[in-house]
Design a protein around this ligand. Structure first.
Ligand code: H79
Length: 456
């Protein structure tokens, strides 16, 4: 689709002594820029770094993840040495991208730099990177960006803004009851008072973000994390840089200060539809983002229902895998992703490019406890998605007769997406909606989709 970008106004933002001209985007231009992402619905998050080599284990403790350096209290010199041994000889970009594709995912987001500050890409501005500071000596982001370009997936990168345990100038905490320095590297850089975020921002963040946007071809999304200490002017400066270098790039809200294109609920799915675009990021393991050899995994059934739940509320689902230090995506993740892909092969029509539910109450309700606290109680009977002229009902349960609210328009035909014959199911009006007669067996015990074709 042709991109229409009309710049209607300019606001002037003062960033220190420097005046930055920031074009204001029309809603239409933003919608155009976001279109592929809104349609995509399902992406792969990849947490991969030096920490992956430990598999979560350090000095006999096995509950570490991507926070290894911090949670295991490893001094920087020791972590550097550990990172220098990073050698993912089994890494095959085509295999990872092939798996994402087989899972039905449309984009990948890879950790270019997590909180440990070790860049997983070739960074000419900072030698602490996989090419210059590890035995591997190659750039996995280059390989992944090329593999994505070949197979039509969008290549996107994660960058931790507000934590960097290799840089002496990154303060944390001090807000909302959090102690100063609570997530800083206080082992190597104990003087929290002397830390100056802007020095780190100028020295490391800006050059590296520029590198990410100039070394790998089109970047679909810049996915920032931990924006706590970034100033409004600094967030605006990053946005301006991204818009200048890659005008089509989407930016998540963690660029800070209410900027960015979409919201990022983490490890949770909102209770209902949201007005702004949003994406739930979630681990495929029970809780840890980086590779951990002892952690359990979520059920494939629940992952499929989560994807449907998210799509029915108008969001995207960014599901995370944690490859090993050798460069392999763990087998339990592979199995789950392949299961999701099989489901999407049959039912993708009811996910990709779809709009949210035209109903709403089916997702659950709020219960008020005696102390006045409201908690959301989710219901898992069915969900709905839409596209022009169609409503899709994703059934998690399989009654003989499915009662639905009034679809608002006459139903011409109801049929199962899994039925190549599109055999008509009997639909009868009830007092306040419709009833669909279902065949005896559900085509899929996890989620079977009924398509309601509506009169235009
Ligand atoms: O990259 C993933 C997380 O590492 C990162 N965001 C996602 C996408 C993240 N950074 N901060 N946080 C999440 C929130 C803080 C989590 C913590 Fe903890 C809980 C810090 C201390 C307790 C879990 C346990 C992580 C470290 C120890």
């Amino acid at each position: 689709m042709m991109m229409k970008r009309i710049l209607i106004a300019f606001t002037i933002c003062a960033a220190g002594l420097q005046a930055l001209a920031q074009p204001v985007e029309t809603a239409e231009a933003k919608a155009d820029r976001m279109e592929w992402w809104q349609d995509a619905k399902f992406g792969m998050f990849i947490h991969w770094g030096a920490y992956s080599k430990a598999g979560g284990e350090w000095n006999g403790e096995t509950n570490h993840g991507e926070w290894l350096q911090f949670t295991a209290k490893i001094p920087l010199a020791e972590y550097r040495e550990f990172a220098a041994g990073f050698n993912p000889v089994e890494f095959d970009a085509d295999e990872w991208v092939g798996l994402a594709k087989a899972a039905g995912m449309k984009y990948i987001v890879i950790t270019a730099k997590h909180h440990d500050g070790f860049a997983m890409f070739h960074s000419p501005s900072n030698p602490y990177n996989i090419v210059d500071a590890s035995v591997y000596g190659r750039d996995p982001l280059k390989a992944l960006s090329e593999a994505c370009a070949k197979s039509g997936l969008k290549f996107c990168v994660y960058y931790s803004l507000g934590r960097d345990w290799a840089d002496p100038d990154v303060p944390t905490g001090g807000e909302k009851g959090r102690a100063a320095g609570d997530r800083s590297n206080l082992i190597d850089f104990p003087d929290e008072e002397s830390k100056d975020f802007s020095k780190y921002f100028e020295r490391k963040v800006k050059p590296q973000v520029r590198e990410l946007l100039t070394q790998y071809g089109p970047v679909g999304v810049m996915w920032f994390d931990t924006p706590e200490k970034i100033s409004p002017a600094q967030s605006a400066e990053l946005v301006a840089m991204i818009r200048e270098l890659q005008p089509d790039c989407i930016i998540n809200n963690r660029v800070g200060n209410d900027l960015g294109d979409y919201g990022t609920p983490e490890q949770k799915i909102p209770s209902g539809r949201e007005i702004k675009p949003w994406e739930t990021c979630m681990t495929i393991s029970e809780r840890i983002w980086g590779y951990n050899k002892t952690v359990g995994y979520r059920d494939a059934d629940q992952l499929i229902r989560n994807l449907v739940d998210v799509a029915s509320k108008g969001g995207n689902y960014l599901l995370n895998v944690g490859p090993t230090g050798e460069g392999l995506i763990p087998e339990p993740s592979v199995q789950r992703l392949e299961t999701m892909g099989r489901w999407l092969t049959v039912n993708g029509e009811a996910v990709y490019g779809c709009g949210p539910t035209p109903f709403g109450p089916e997702v659950g309700h709020y219960r008020q406890s005696e102390d006045g606290k409201k908690t959301f109680v989710a219901e898992w009977k069915w969900r709905a998605t839409t596209r022009t002229g169609k409503i899709y009902i994703h059934c998690f349960e399989w009654p003989a007769i499915l009662k639905l609210p009034d679809p608002g328009k006459k139903v011409i035909k109801a049929y199962l997406l899994a039925d190549p014959e599109k055999t008509a199911l009997k639909v009868t009006p009830t007092g306040d909606g419709i009833a669909v007669e279902l065949p005896e067996n559900a085509p899929d015990p996890v989620a079977s989709v009924i398509c309601l074709a509506l009169v235009e």
